[in-house]
Design a protein around this ligand. Sequence first.
Ligand code: VG1
Ligand code: CO
Length: 558
Amino acid sequence: PNVVTVDTNTFEGQKPGTSGLRKKVKVFLQEHYTENFIQSILDANKDSLIGSTLVVGGDGRYLVKEVVDKIIKISAANGVAKLLVGQHGILSTPAVSCIIRKYNTLGGIVLTASHNPGGIDNDFGIKFNCSNGGPAPDATTNQIYAITTTIKQYKIVPDIVCDISKIGTTNFDVEGNKFTVEVIDSVNDYVKYMKEIFDFDKIKQLIQGTEQKKPFNVLIDSMNGVTGPYVKRIFVDELGAKEANVRRIIPLEDFGGAHPDPNLTYAADLVNAVKGGDYDFGAAFDGDGDRNMIIGRDAFFVTPSDSLAVLANNLQYIPYFLKTGVRGFARSMPTAAAVDRVAAATGKEMFEVPTGWKYFGNLMDAGRLSLCGEESFGTGSDHVREKDGLWAALAWLSVLAATSLSVQDILKAHWAQFGRNYFTRYDYEECASDPCNEMMQVLEKTITSPGFVGSSHISGDKTYVVKLADNFSYMDPIDQSVAMKQGLRIIFEDGSRIVLRLSGTGSSGATVRLYIDSYEATNVMGDAQVMLKPLIDVALKISKLTEYTGRDAPTVIT
Ligand code: VG1
Ligand code: CO
């Protein structure tokens, strides 16, 4: 087959957000739109592209297969030597990271809009991951974006026909050069790796029970997303769970109409099933498999911030960390600081980075970070360079197996030892963009004006005095790169915080995220919504959120 050069025009707005380029499917369907972005990714790697290998796969949503086909044809035209493609185009985000690292590839292209709904009327996304397996850093995504604003042509080999439904290797001759597509089993490498990290026998014993102990009843929900085949292999085939213990494990192009976001609102099915049934543990994962929600008996909810802290405090029960040792911990800025207390108690280094997994990679590569997380249901370790939903569930089950405690008792013991960081997040989804941008500008001005630090804010019988207020910026300690304007924060004298930022993963309009947290040393058994109500009122008043968004209630409360 021959290379064809196609003239194209630029498109506005091909700027990757928190985690890749995410737009409505119909935007990607415009002629040349997807090709432009793929060519731009390859051009941003042009120094090492010739002869390279890339990993390609996605979360199974509508358009994944078509875009895999385009990536094959455009890669062939641009000197890539080999692609490792998940069968049917299926690879979870953490599996892509695992495969990039295992086979030392130049990187990978992940086709996902994560937890955003799928189908022809919903979202699609394309993300580039680097050779460390992690999402490309800002420098690279900025470069990709810059190329999209000037692109005039792309190269493609239209005549390559490759069946990605069958495992196997196909070689093509592209103008005298060999080009190889290897279609790989979507789950093998990942499952093998999980078996090295965890003690599967112990988890199996927990799930199946022994003569002395009754089975630990789990309910795992893949939400029709990519984790289905991984869950089937790991939980049913390897760990001996029954078919009835796993749900929605066939990846569907539209996620069955579900919003595959594992939180209390969108994973209500799981919550209700665990509440109403005889289950000890429930877990759900998002569309691309990097997020997790963990609940205990009676649907006792573990906040992601607490989940991170509990795992940090119990890593000795996971064989991987016995081998590697435990380096530092990290969390994203809006994540509650529960893990900071574990770091202080165990003498580990602690990092606070902006929202988005790409900021953890450098710290891991430098050997300073073992475990990290985000409040947005992201938990992971340096075993890969993405957050990893299934890993988090297996980590929890390892701790539960070793301690013989219930989820709730582990949390209670944790709070008794460290105190509790109450946390809640309010999301106002799909608001009008202009007023939200204005709200952020006005609020930034207000909180950085002279006199704001030191000011008092009264709600009910509580008075909060401002200690620090800014727009968060971060300097990477490894390469000194700086990320500015990562969210407005107001920190009070008692350590309570209000954080406000606009989402960088939506495909239309603006989503406002309001994060509230406050620490209690001894009053640890309260209800987060009740405990945090005064701070929420202060936040709504200072930000004038209702006036700007026209919303008197959030879309999702976590
Ligand atoms: C959200 C979360 C962030 C997460 C990102 C990608 O970003 O808040 O913590 O890293 O999604 O996760 P934003 O900009 O919308 O707040 V995923 O599972 O969508 O790749
Ligand atoms: Co995701």
